[in-house]
Design a protein around this ligand. Structure first.
Ligand code: AMP
Length: 117
């Protein structure tokens, strides 16, 4: 699937839409989900224009892959969810329930999460 720059996360990256920022570096921007599904619900979006996890793993270079994965962990540390635990989710495509076609990880925590995925 070709990347479509009209999506809401592309607009956030371009500064056209605000976000409640948690962390930012050269590879990623992390902010709170506007419709939280847990007490703590953060999103980490990749600065590279990639659609989903498959696009990421097939087309990002090693530097981008390492940088994005480390940015996710940095956000986990800032959120303070390391000790009690968290869930890390990448939705992809129709069956995965992906709404926004720009690579992002969900970090969920702050409470005991349902085991119904
Ligand atoms: P996904 O279903 O994996 O594509 O997740 C998209 C997520 O983005 C959903 O959890 C939405 O609540 C969230 N979302 C959509 N628009 C915004 C926004 N402007 N700011 C923060 N989160 C958003």
């Amino acid at each position: 699937m070709d990347y479509n720059a009209d999506n809401v996360f592309a607009k956030i990256l371009r500064g056209e839409i605000p976000c409640n920022k948690i962390y930012e570096d050269d590879h990623a921007l992390a902010f709170y989900d506007i419709n939280p599904k847990a007490k703590i619900h953060a999103l980490v979006i990749c600065k590279a224009l990639l659609t989903d996890y498959s696009d990421f793993i097939n087309h990002a270079d090693e530097h981008e892959i390492t940088g994005f994965m480390r940015a996710i962990y940095k956000t986990i540390e800032i959120l303070g969810v390391e000790e009690d635990g968290y869930r890390l989710v990448f939705n992809k495509g129709n069956n995965g329930g992906q709404e926004v076609p720009h690579l992002h990880a969900h970090i969920l925590g702050g409470e005991k999460l349902s085991t119904n995925l």
